[in-house]
Design a protein around this ligand. Structure first.
Ligand code: 7GP
Length: 817
């Protein structure tokens, strides 16, 4: 079937409700209706999915395998029906059944197989690849529990497991016949084959069965459906167990447990490395399964494995899948008998690596003993890669020890995954211009000097299908009414909106839409937070993972400052402001959790202080995730992008805000730099140290925040209120660590390492400019429209075309039905 009429869809929903739940539509719960609708939609997708596969087979296409530990997909139903262009039919059919599409969409669990930027970027990329008609397989892990659900209790974050598969996932398809075995542990035995060639055989290992589940990635209105392939681990069938034959009961049970544990849970760290053994198991598990499958698939149609790079690319999403380099080598050496040089040639033409952070605490390093024990054959190969690479370095730099220290893959008892990824890849890219420059000139300087041709920039992007068409239908329709619908697949067309930016009628229409979206968010806040916020106030929003470098602390300190000013002068004339936060903290990140508590404590005091007449409100949105993000972006006036310059590799939320007509208040960091380049400095609020200044201070060992503290009464007052019970009457120590971190060196950590006090006054000034600007409605409307109009560059379609052109070299396909 190609499309549904309303009657057909109605019948299909009725059938599914009956078959799945033995019920009629009127008796079914909303959740059951969601399942029935989703299955009906899947029936439409299937035809296109099969046809896409057929074309891929027939044309023997080159495919990119996008290897990622995280895919933060967000809900599928709403976007699938938009991309299938069947949303109107679904909406009307449901209405006739007495249901609202929005309510049915709300029943879908929000698949959260990712933490933040890196995982969401992967999701946008897959959607763009389908929309542009390029062959991709997203390869990841089918975590049983995704990102935890955040509950705020008494101002504290609590983590609740996210059992997203409880009711089953209607869109997924288990692919039993594509299962492969992944081997852990044991030892490697060397023998010789009949030609006297050395062979390495892993023995006495623990096998795990990797079974893929495929999810459809529907392109926009082009019949292309790619797959996200997420792997689940199963124990080997008992009766096939070697060890059972030998009566090794314990080993059999161990293998059961290994399989059970691997895909149990997503590690909730963002921009931070925890070094857990289970994490390495996860990495090797999904990498080995994906690479094995890719090679098997290739060999179905080709004779010579040495031509693999003509049809296959492995794109490594950060270093989490870096073992790909060694796993591919293993397969080429051990299974296909290539020589080392031949295998290395293939590998380094197939792998490409993207770096997503310069934060040093995110650098993955594995202790040799742990690594070698878990992956004995892979370790041998990494050692050999390192040995040969070190020879090269010694030769080139005449035994310069500094070079060895920086560039070695194995050093100081540890395996450095970034170095492995760089050495094993033909392409290394950063995710925004500034970030790539910092990689080349600082972080990865030595590698850049050795192989400059590998380095390139791919500024991130976002999909406008989800973050405007689905998330903000009012604005999407308005844009289409002005400039037509080409923007949906060619975001650069937004530029045509510029001519409307000065038109008073258009300005009013635009601001009315913003207002309605603010009303929608205000209702959500009323319902979830029991706080009344005024849709006429400025919605000033910071939503992203909680991290010190992202400086939510700077934001809330400004709120504390403003509150002090209001207390001193309750009649002070300010434009009412609603400060909106949303952020999950990694479960083990103590200081981040304290900052969440601080935000909530400040909110508690400010929101309930009658003397300030409701001029400022603070709202912390619980359980920030893709689904509520879509609504939040649509309602924002101010986009807070205030990371310490140099620390945010790109940011992608900044682009989503811009697309929805929020104005950036930010530092010259990550992709903010390019946002300003597009929209103009006059249509953004920029403040703070530049990345060069930050880097300079860091090289000098930091700065002394006490100088600022001693001179600035405003800062001193709010800091004192962190520890005098003003916001934490029962426990004066609650925020002491946060407070002290701004003033004192501690352990190896510099005082105020993220330059909060240093940037504070500049931030306050920028906030005052925001206030002034908002008082001029014409100016604000114009600037907001210009932000939308100049967001064209930030479509992930543009980013993907650049990857295709410079790195992947894929051909576009067309799928006809
Ligand atoms: C993030 C970066 O922090 C963010 O700036 C960027 O926009 C995003 O990747 C996509 O490129 N990094 C992570 O989420 C992360 O965990 C460590 O990086 C591996």
């Amino acid at each position: 079937m190609q499309a549904y009429s309303k009657d057909e869809l109605k019948r299909s929903i009725e059938d599914y409700v009956k078959v799945l739940y033995r019920k009629g539509v009127s008796e079914a719960s909303k959740k059951q209706i969601f399942q029935a609708v989703a299955y009906s939609v899947k029936d439409l997708i299937i035809e296109q999915w099969m046809e896409t596969h057929r074309v891929y087979e027939e044309e023997d296409v080159k495919t990119v395998y996008y290897l990622s530990m995280e895919f933060l997909m967000g809900r599928a139903l709403g976007n699938n029906i938009i991309n299938l262009k069947t949303n109107k039919v679904v909406e009307e059919t449901l209405r006739e059944l007495g249901l609202k599409l929005e309510d049915v969409e709300e029943e879908e669990p929000d698949p959260a197989l990712g933490n933040g930027g890196l995982g969401r970027l992967a999701a946008c990329f897959l959607e763009s690849l389908s929309t542009l008609g390029y062959p991709v397989i997203g390869c990841g892990i089918r975590y049983k529990y995704g990102m935890f659900e955040q509950k705020i209790e008494n101002g504290y974050q609590m983590e609740v497991p996210d059992d997203w598969l409880r009711d089953g996932n209607p869109f997924e398809m288990k692919q039993e016949e594509a299962a492969v075995i992944v081997k852990f542990g044991g030892y490697v035995r060397m023998t010789k084959d009949e030609n006297g060639r050395e062979k390495y055989i892993q023995e006495n290992y623990s096998p795990v069965r990797a079974v893929p589940y495929d999810l459809p990635i529907v392109g926009y209105s082009n019949h292309v459906v790619n797959s996200l392939r997420i792997w689940d681990a199963e124990a080997i069938d008992h009766f096939n167990l070697d060890s059972f034959d030998k009566g090794d009961y314990l080993k059999a049970v161990e293998q059961q447990n290994l399989a059970r544990s691997i895909c149990e849970v997503l590690y909730p760290n963002d921009n931070h490395y925890a070094g857990k053994e289970l994490r390495l198991k996860q990495q090797y598990f999904f990498v080995s399964a994906s690479v094995q499958r890719a090679v098997l698939k290739y060999m179905e149609k080709h004779e010579d494995i040495r031509q693999l790079p003509e049809k296959v690319i492995f794109q490594l999403n950060d270093t989490h899948p870096s073992v790909t380099v060694a796993e591919l080598m293993r397969i080429l050496l051990d299974d296909y008998d290539l020589s080392w040089d031949e295998a290395w040639e293939v590998t380094t033409k197939t792998c490409a690596y993207t770096n997503h952070t310069i934060m040093s605490e995110a650098l993955e390093k594995w202790p040799i003993d742990l690594f070698a024990k878990l992956l004995p054959r892979i370790y041998q190969i990494v050692e050999e890669i390192n040995r040969r690479f070190m020879n090269l370095i010694h030769e080139k730099y005449h035994c310069n020890f500094k070079k060895v220290e920086k560039m070695a893959i194995i050093y100081n008892g540890q395996i450095r995954m970034a170095n492995l990824a760089i050495v094993g890849s033909f392409s290394v890219n950063g995710v925004a211009k500034l970030h790539t420059e910092i990689l080349k000139n600082q972080q990865l300087k030595d590698f850049y000097e050795l192989t400059p041709e590998k380095f390139n920039n791919k500024t991130n992007g976002i999909t406008q299908r989800r973050f405007l068409l689905h998330g903000n239908p009012l604005l999407a329709n308005w844009v289409t009414s002005k400039i037509g619908s080409e923007w949906i697949t060619h975001l650069e067309h937004m530029k045509k909106l510029e001519t409307y930016a000065l038109d008073p009628i258009c300005q009013k229409e635009f601001m009315d839409i913003k207002y309605q979206n603010k009303v929608r968010l205000a209702e959500y806040i009323k319902q979830h937070n029991k706080i009344e916020v005024d849709p006429n106030s400025i919605f000033d929003v910071q939503v992203k993972r909680l991290h010190e470098y992202k400086r939510q602390l700077l934001n809330i300190m400004h709120v504390m400052y403003l509150y002090e000013e209001l207390k001193k002068n309750p009649r002070m004339d300010i434009v009412p402001r609603t400060f909106i936060f949303g952020a999950k903290a990694s479960a083990g990140y103590r200081r981040a959790k304290a900052i969440i508590k601080l935000i909530n404590s400040v909110g508690e005091v400010v929101n309930n202080d009658k003397t300030i007449g409701g001029k400022i409100k603070v709202v912390f949105i619980e359980n920030y995730r893709v689904s509520n993000a879509e609504m939040i972006f649509a309602a924002a006036d101010v986009s807070e992008q205030i990371s310490t310059a140099s620390k945010e590799a790109s940011g992608t939320g900044n682009m989503k805000f811009m697309l929805n007509g929020a104005i950036t208040l930010g530092t010259m960091d990550g992709a903010n730099v390019e946002i300003v380049e597009e929209v103009g400095l006059e249509n953004a609020f920029i403040f703070g140290l530049s990345s060069d200044e930050v880097i300079k201070y860091e090289l000098e060992g930091g700065y002394n925040p006490k100088d600022i503290y001693n001179q600035d009464l405003g800062i001193r007052t709010i800091m004192t209120h962190m520890i005098d019970g003003y916001y934490a009457p029962v426990n004066l120590d609650l925020f002491r660590e946060v407070h002290n971190s701004l003033l004192d060196n501690f352990g190896g950590e510099r005082a105020d390492q993220f330059f909060i006090l240093k940037d504070f006054r500049s931030y306050v000034e920028a906030q005052q400019k925001v206030e002034m600007a908002y008082r001029n409605p014409e100016w604000w409307a114009k600037a907001a429209i210009l932000n939308v109009a100049n967001s064209g560059k930030f479509s992930s379609d543009r980013t993907i075309e650049e990857y295709v052109e410079d790195i992947w070299k894929l051909e576009k396909v067309t799928v006809e039905l």
